[in-house]
Ligand binder design. Structure first.
Ligand SMILES: [Zn+2]
Length: 111
């Protein structure tokens, strides 16, 4: 099998991240959870957004990218985001980050 996470693995990681993001929000989001635009209180949490070219000084170390978690109003789609990296939600409990950008040659044939 070639390297790289499988779609199942990616889905599991995203589900895990979402669960941790919701847990983090429930812990830190105090007061009214009201949308400033439409006053709805229904929100959805999206998958993490990885921003490259956004160096971030944290605890004396410079990360090469930042990770944000979008929170979207389900009524008017107003979206705000929090720094999931700084919140500690991006650290994999069982695996160190071994991010590498391998370019895989696309072997698509069109008939
Ligand atoms: Zn709204």
């Amino acid at each position: 099998m070639a390297g790289g996470p499988s779609p199942e693995e990616i889905a599991r990681t995203q589900a895990n991240q979402l669960a941790r993001a919701v847990e983090w929000l429930n812990k830190h989001w105090k007061g009214e959870r009201e949308c400033p635009i439409c006053h709805s209180t229904e929100w959805s949490v999206g998958t993490f957004i990885h921003l490259t070219d956004a160096p971030f000084l944290t605890f004396g170390l410079v990360s090469t990218y930042r990770v944000f978690c979008p929170v979207t109003c389900t009524t008017c789609f107003y979206t705000w985001q929090f720094d999931a990296g700084a919140a500690g939600l991006t650290a994999e409990p069982d695996k160190a980050s071994g991010a590498s950008e391998d370019e895989q040659p696309a072997a698509g044939e069109t008939g």
